[in-house]
Design a protein around this ligand. Structure first.
Ligand code: MOS
Length: 733
């Protein structure tokens, strides 16, 4: 009965994407569209003393210039501005709300014109005078003013004391700079104005989140404001919260009573959320036999002056390895910058980089193979909650990854392997992420011609949600894949949370399977009602849908075609909508794991680093689609290469401004930086987590990659660089 689940099924939306038929937020058209251009603050803190828009307004084709002084009404209550994934503490940013400047790059005016070029030109004519105030954008300057936001619920033992008494100790600080998501698609919104009702095409990871938020900000009924986002050109977390351009586009439409499009420039994308710069301190104490006895992990991360954004950087260190004593602490330092946001595996990408670098340093101190150290500390239980995992095949990741990589050929001494003028280094690291599930509803409409439409408000942010939902529907309804149509990304469809946290594949596939069960129930009832039905007396558990039939699982000749069952019942469509229901399972931990193996080659004279081979062995439950899953992990590995070697948002702290707000100077890996990447999915049956045993892959692929690269560079060169990105100048210091 399983034809599609687990196979390499090409994307069902692939053709639409390569032919340009797939439309993105900035591409929906309507006649009479007006275009917006944003003006950003050039200072990080202070107030707007004066805005003179007169010259801009005189330009032919300019329709209006909106500022905090003349904008339409927006909500004043803090709660109205809190979207589904806003930080609990603080007050969300409100564009054009008042005269206060909170960060450089803050939107302070919106020019609206008949043409985008005209809007952009007129924006250059708006004169702004500021009252400046003192500011700080440097984490190192504020670390002493940081405050604690997260402590362990149950600290274990006394890590400080155990560390002091350990046979072998390693303590160090690691640093991850600010990183911006840089998705290919710019943030964009097209707002269709239709008298009272608004249809908002938005780049977002959650249409219903944006809908609720806009309804709160503009005091609208949900029926009068629809948000649509069928395709997303990458987001990596930047589209989880509604971004300011959607507020400004709606403001423009309300002010002009006209449809408005607003697309941010690449530079303006650096005024949005980002992965916060973080200082991570690790202290590991071990016995001489390589078992851990003390783990301490403290992080200090950036947040804004107005919201407390924090993620779990440090808890992984206490969770992953066996240690009787463990402690962690997360601190925040306030800077005059926008609020950080989730970026692929938020917390883990950074925290596990530090942990897995520290574990490598500990292995060196113990004179142990780095995999052997991890095996000696291996835990079959979640060390924080002291519960078993629903499944954990990390051991297999180490074994299969090592075998595919050829790890046993490694010479342990740094600088001991070379290839001509290049030093060769081999490094390894562990990855860990959560296997979360969220309530998601799916609707299935089955018609008598054997076609089914599956719909849900969820976004497909490029991950393959359309495809896996089609696969699960095809298998659970017993229909060929081409008979399934999937509709996503529309706030009027059945409820779904933002697509993030790697929870959508598990949640949405479960929702489809749950709804398909209801369809099967109804089809069985129709089949049983037929005269002399071959399924007379059959129970729900005994039948499946396969090959377009309701069929007994035990006797294949007892079957009724779906078309016959519906015809006899005089039913031309069956429509069901159900929410996935997964049991609240606190007696198990649910996580995904990985082992990442990396080969680097470092030019001995120049310090140029190349990542020549990566093997990523992933344990993430059942893989729904080996092709899209492979792409997910490949993409994450590339993200990890960027994190290790390239990505860094550079500030000029004298002005509080970003210096490289463009993708020429903010480096991301290009094709030449990505060589041999091998992805292995380790078999990980999981009968506890959900009926299909699915965990999710969006984020696990990046976790551990930066550490494995840093560890490989140490092995190649004997030089430990603890602040990312590892650039050649740092190797020469
Ligand atoms: Mo992901 S950072 O939850 O989109």
């Amino acid at each position: 009965m399983v034809n599609y689940i687990g196979t390499a099924t090409p994307r069902v939306d692939g053709r639409a994407k390569v032919t340009g038929e797939a439309k993105y937020a900035g591409e929906f058209n309507i006649s009479g569209l007006a275009y917006g251009s944003v003006i950003e603050s050039t200072i990080p803190r202070g107030r707007i003393a004066r805005i003179d828009t007169s010259e801009a307004l005189r330009v032919e084709g300019v329709l209006d210039v909106l500022t905090h002084e003349n904008r339409p009404r927006m909500a004043s209550a803090n709660e109205a501005w809190k979207d589904d994934v806003a930080p609990e503490e603080g007050s969300p940013f409100r564009p054009l709300y008042d005269d206060k400047i909170r960060f450089s790059g803050q939107p302070i005016a919106l020019v609206l014109a008949k043409e985008w070029e005209v809007a952009r030109y007129a924006a250059s004519l708006v004169r702004i005078e500021y009252e400046k105030q003192p500011f700080v954008t440097d984490l190192c300057r504020q670390r002493d003013q940081s405050f604690v936001v997260k402590k362990p619920d149950k600290p274990r033992g006394n890590a400080q004391k155990a560390y002091a008494g350990a046979d072998v100790r390693h303590e160090a600080e690691y640093f991850i700079p600010t990183e911006h998501h840089n998705p290919m698609e710019l943030f964009a919104s097209t707002v269709m104005w239709d008298g009272g009702k608004l249809t908002v095409y938005d780049k977002t990871q959650g249409v219903q989140n944006v809908q609720r938020y806009l309804c709160g900000v503009f005091n609208k009924n949900a029926d009068d404001l629809r948000v649509i986002s069928p395709f997303v050109g990458g987001a990596f977390g930047s589209g989880l919260r509604p971004q300011y351009q959607v507020v400004l586009a709606v403001l423009g439409a309300l002010a002009l009573k006209r449809s408005v499009r607003l697309v941010l420039t690449r530079q303006q994308m650096y005024g949005l959320g980002y992965r916060p710069a973080t200082i991570e301190r690790l202290a590991l104490g071990a016995k001489a036999d390589g078992t851990l006895d003390a783990v301490t992990h403290e992080a200090i991360a950036v947040t804004s002056q107005f919201e407390d954004f924090s993620r779990n950087d440090t808890g992984w260190s206490a969770l992953l390895y066996k240690s009787a004593n463990a402690n962690y602490l997360h601190r925040l330092a306030r800077l005059d910058v926008p609020t950080p946001s989730d970026m692929r595996a938020p917390g883990a990408a950074t925290g596990v980089y530090a942990l897995e670098s520290a574990m490598d340093e500990l292995a060196v101190a113990l004179n142990l193979d780095p995999i052997e150290l991890r095996l000696r500390c291996y835990s079959d239980r979640d060390q924080n909650e002291d519960v078993p995992y629903s499944s954990k095949q990390l051991r297999e990741c180490y074994r299969q990854g090592a075998e595919a990589f050829g790890w046993d050929e490694r010479k342990p001494e740094p600088r001991s392997m070379r290839d001509g003028s290049e030093l060769v280094g081999w490094g390894v690291a562990t990855g860990v992420w959560e296997a979360l599930q969220m309530p998601v509803a799916a609707r299935i409409v089955l018609t008598a011609n054997g076609h089914a439409e599956v719909s849900c408000a969820a976004s497909d942010i490029g991950t393959g949600t359309y495809t896996i939902m089609a696969q699960v529907a095809a298998d659970t309804l017993g229909l060929p894949l081409e008979n399934i149509t999937v509709k996503l990304g529309d706030s009027t469809l059945p409820q779904a949370p933002v697509e993030g946290g790697s929870w959508m594949a598990a949640s949405a596939s479960h929702a489809v399977a749950t709804t398909a069960n209801e369809v099967r129930k109804e089809l069985l009832a129709l089949a049983k009602a037929m005269k002399d039905s071959p399924l007379a007396g059959a129970r729900f558990e005994d039948v499946a849908l396969a090959d377009g039939k309701v069929i007994s699982k035990h006797e294949a000749d007892r079957a009724v075609s779906i078309a016959d069952a519906m015809r006899h019942g005089a039913v031309d469509r069956i429509e069901k909508e159900k929410t996935n229901n997964f049991p609240d399972d606190s007696s198990h931990a649910h996580n995904t794991h990985s082992a990442v193996f990396v080969e680097v080659k470092v030019d001995e004279q120049l310090g140029v680093i190349r990542v020549t081979r990566v093997v990523s062995a992933i344990a993430a439950g059942r893989i729904l689609n080996t092709q899209t899953a492979h792409s997910q992990i490949m993409g994450s590995v590339v993200g990890g290469i960027g994190m290790a070697l390239h990505e860094e948002t550079l500030y000029d702290h004298r002005f509080g401004r970003i210096m490289n707000a463009n993708i020429a100077e903010y480096h991301v890996p290009v094709n030449a930086d990505v060589q041999d990447v091998k992805v292995i999915f380790v078999d990980e049956p999981d009968e506890i987590i959900n009926p299909l045993g699915v965990k999710g892959l969006g984020e696990i692929g990046i976790v551990g990659v930066a550490a494995a690269i840093a560890n490989a560079i140490y092995h190649a060169t004997g030089k430990r660089v603890r602040d990312l990105p590892i650039t050649l100048d740092k190797l020469q210091r």
